[in-house]
Design a protein around this ligand. Structure first.
Ligand code: NAD
Length: 521
């Protein structure tokens, strides 16, 4: 049942609450038509060469550079992030991805020749080929409304798939821009289609016949999407939420570490899947100095509209997101947490502003230490040992990324290896989503599958095995007819190949030869 309101989606600037535009919210028939058009486009797109696709990606790259200002401004208006972040976090990744996948995909996905180790299979040659799979459905969030879908679309079309993208209802205009850019870069109609709409439009997409579905969004959304895709057994990659921990070892240089942590916690107003949402400081001589710097750098951040070049932190995306932050902070305070910096909604700024906030005296009974906050809050616990920090970091339903901060790289790497996550950063955080060369993805409720890199490419292709037998005319040991001598020859063959003792192998060889060569059936 739809109300009139749900036939369109409004795009709203979270810094000013101004309506930026209104676009259609597509219904089931319209979504189905887009997916059918994508299957039709796939028939010819899959036959294009890597070279043709690469040239179009390089043209897209040129367009991204020439339209960088327009794209960054649109993203900032639609989701509120500071303009500096719209250039770095939204454009750097797609630009690098155009270049890297254009230059490397053919090499990474070239045929592989496989040799069999079983002597009975010496006449065989195996080839692994990597082929496109068809239409890839993508459902995207608003927090990186340009970079997230762009990175995956670039990979999908480069391997010969076509894509139907459902952008978030909070960033429809950016989604439409993505479709326009691929069109202008010369990708034929139907290769990249964008379907705007509310959540329900996404539901329709997940119920279509798709070769693959990539969902990036909340844990609740991901679990529904997995169920929706189950009817068609559509393979799903899920890139979901995080509750990412940072561990500071006692030897970490306090000033530089504090600067990094403040950026990791408050970049994008804390609305990154891999934002630092929990901080465990291993007690040491620098602890007090680290905390003082964390507070100082947090209080120095300028809160304001993203289009104002002096703003460091923008607004939250909407009232719901802000309400969630307020509720988590209030619950933590009611259970004994204390505010060291920030801690207030800023009505005076208009829009959905909340001060970058540091909390102490927190513990794992609080929602703020267990559930994704997705806001500018950094809760901090001082712990007594590395082991305690690792145990607390792993005590989470999420497993997206983590960071370890230390002056001793070897020691930090030991800690990194003990953390149950998809990515660990040593002495940095967040940045690698923008790197096409390395995989992205999480464990536990943070999702399943990997995007980006060689491993992300493997998620987008049919890994096909072609087995060729060059020994035409030779009867195979495992073909019919069976019979006593066949069983004896196979029994002998097993002992010959895998017997534990030399005499067992020798006996096996005799049985194999006698039964297969001298008395064939
Ligand atoms: P969301 O789950 O509310 O929505 C994401 C997208 O899914 C939107 O386009 C929405 O319309 C659609 N959607 C929601 N429910 C659906 C359903 N049942 N069927 C089909 N489509 C559906 O998430 P959001 O608020 O847009 O994004 C924030 C979340 O995304 C956070 O949890 C964040 O951590 C996560 N995220 C994860 C990554 C990652 O790489 N792991 C990256 C960015 C964001």
């Amino acid at each position: 049942m739809f109300t009139e309101e749900l036939t369109t989606v409004k795009s709203i600037n979270p810094a000013t609450c101004e309506v930026l535009g209104e676009v259609p919210s597509l219904n089931a028939q319209e979504v189905q038509a887009s997916v059918q058009a994508a299957w039709q486009a796939y028939e010819s797109w899959r036959l294009t060469s890597y070279d043709v696709r690469a040239r179009k990606l390089l043209k897209l790259r040129k367009l991204l550079v020439s339209q960088a200002d327009e794209i960054a401004t649109l993203v900032t208006k639609e989701v509120g992030k500071p303009l500096a972040e719209s250039f770095t976090a939204e454009l750097v990744g797609p630009l690098d991805a155009c270049l890297w996948f254009a230059e490397n995909t053919e090499r990474l996905l070239k045929d592989q020749l496989i040799n069999m180790t079983n002597p009975m299979l010496t006449s065989k040659q195996s080839i692994i080929t990597f082929e496109p799979v068809g239409v890839v459905g993508m459902v995207a969030p608003w927090n990186y409304p340009f970079a997230i879908p762009m990175m995956s679309i670039i990979m999908a079309v480069m391997v010969g798939n076509t894509v139907v993208l459902k952008p978030s209802e909070k960033s429809s205009l950016t989604g439409i821009k993505i479709g326009e850019l691929f069109g202008k870069a010369g990708f034929p109609p139907g290769v990249v289609s964008v379907i705007t709409g509310h959540r329900q439009t996404g539901v329709y997409l997940t119920q279509q016949r798709l070769a693959k579905l990539i969902f990036t969004g909340s844990v609740a959304g991901g679990s529904k999407v997995m169920a929706q895709a189950a009817d068609n057994l559509t393979p799903v990659t899920l890139e979901l939420g995080g509750k990412d921990a940072a561990i500071v070892l006692p030897d970490a240089p306090p000033d530089w570490t504090a600067r990094g942590l403040v950026w990791g916690a408050f970049s994008n107003c804390g609305q990154a899947c891999a934002s630092i949402e929990r901080l465990y400081v291993v007690r040491g001589e620098h602890t007090q100095s680290l905390i003082e710097r964390l507070v100082g750098y947090t209080q120095a951040l300028k809160l304001g509209p993203g289009l104002d070049a002096s703003s460091d932190v923008g607004p939250l995306v909407d009232e719901v997101q802000l309400g969630n932050v307020v509720a988590q902070v209030e619950e933590a305070l009611s259970k004994g947490a204390r505010v060291l910096a920030g801690g207030r909604r800023r009505h005076d700024l208009g829009g959905y502003f909340y001060e970058p906030t540091i909390l102490v005296d927190v513990n794992h009974s609080m929602t703020i230490m267990r559930e994704e906050t997705f806001g500018p809050i950094l809760p901090l616990m001082i712990v007594n040992s590395e082991d305690e920090a690792i145990e607390l970091a792993n005590d989470s339903d999420y497993g997206l990324s983590a960071s370890v901060w230390s002056g001793n790289l070897g020691r930090a790497e030991d800690v990194a290896r003990d953390l149950d996550v998809g990515t660990v950063f040593i002495n940095d955080c967040l940045f690698s989503f923008a790197c096409p060369q390395v995989p992205w993805g999480g464990l536990k409720k943070s999702g399943t599958g990997r995007t980006h890199s060689y491993f992300g490419l493997l998620d987008l292709v049919n890994i096909k095995h072609v087995s060729i037998d060059a020994a035409g005319g030779l009867h195979r040991q495992w073909w019919y007819p069976y019979g006593k001598s066949r069983i004896e020859s196979i029994r002998g063959g097993l002992k010959l190949l895998h017997g534990n003792f030399p005499w067992e192998k020798l006996g096996g060889a005799c049985a194999f030869l006698y039964n297969s060569v001298f008395t064939p059936k």
